[in-house]
Design a protein around this ligand. Structure first.
Ligand SMILES: [Zn+2]
Length: 251
């Protein structure tokens, strides 16, 4: 789960402040056809308007780790803007359609990301979106030891946006212990699963029951591209990879 998701197709046709275009303060994403434009993170729409240069344009302000960011979506298709100034949007919410309005030569999305402040005419806060999109910006520094302990759980909770207490319920702790030894895990009826495991299951496309059974471990191994044996050995390769991915911010 990324702090900022991609607003549309990932095909870059012009990068951020390149040699050829040193004053290009954003990235152009383009592909023929009909492409929805999505809010890269939840936030508040600061502008939704038509400008000579940006064409049909939307700007959204975000707060991440207490810092102000602003995302800019330009050259949207005429009549496709779905939000107005002051609206609150969710991450992934469709706000318009890729277009060719304003000072544009061919259909594309001109996307800007501003860090540590709002958009301004001099683009003093502009950063290269490619460095931030699709990544998680929560700083994590785990020891890659393949042991699923409190720190790994806390990092996972932080990244997945659940309660951060480093705790997984007892049955989950038992499940992990059992899973380390490859046993089949049985749970008593009526027990609720762990919130962080549920969030993880949602991410990896496993059945969402909050229980870390062989099926979930298998899906996690598939998701992380490790050996697919549905077992957490000790130290576990899949947990090592999970820790690496949490550290890199690209779970
Ligand atoms: Zn551009």
């Amino acid at each position: 789960m990324a702090t900022f998701i991609y607003p549309t197709v990932k095909r870059v046709t012009s990068g951020f402040r390149t040699k050829e275009r040193p004053t290009h303060n954003g990235v152009d994403y383009a592909q023929p056809g009909y492409h929805k434009i999505k809010a890269v993170a939840g936030g508040k729409v600061t502008r939704s308007y038509n400008s000579d240069s940006y064409g049909q344009c939307i700007m959204i302000e975000h707060t991440v780790n207490g810092e102000t960011w602003e995302s800019v979506y330009a050259h949207l298709r005429n009549g496709s803007r779905k939000v107005k100034s002051g609206d609150h949007v969710k991450q992934g919410q469709v706000i318009g359609v890729m277009g060719d309005t304003g000072r544009s030569f061919g259909q594309h999305l001109h996307f800007e990301l501003h860090k540590g402040g709002n958009w301004n005419i001099n683009k003093t806060h502009a950063v290269d979106p490619e460095k931030y999109l699709g990544k998680n910006l929560v700083a994590v520094n785990l020891k890659v030891d393949g042991k699923w302990g409190v720190k790994t759980t806390s990092a996972l909770q932080e990244v997945l946006g659940t309660v951060v207490d480093g705790e997984i319920s007892d049955q989950i702790r038992n499940a992990i212990t059992e899973a380390f030894y490859g046993n089949t895990i049985k749970f008593g009826s009526g027990k609720k699963g762990s919130l962080v495991i549920k969030a993880l299951q949602q991410l990896i496309g496993a059945r969402v029951d909050g229980l870390l059974g062989p099926e979930t471990i298998g899906k996690l191994q598939k998701y992380l591209g490790t050996t697919h044996d549905k077992v957490l050995s000790r130290p576990s390769e899949v947990v090592k990879e999970l820790q690496r991915r949490l550290n890199k911010g690209n779970l």
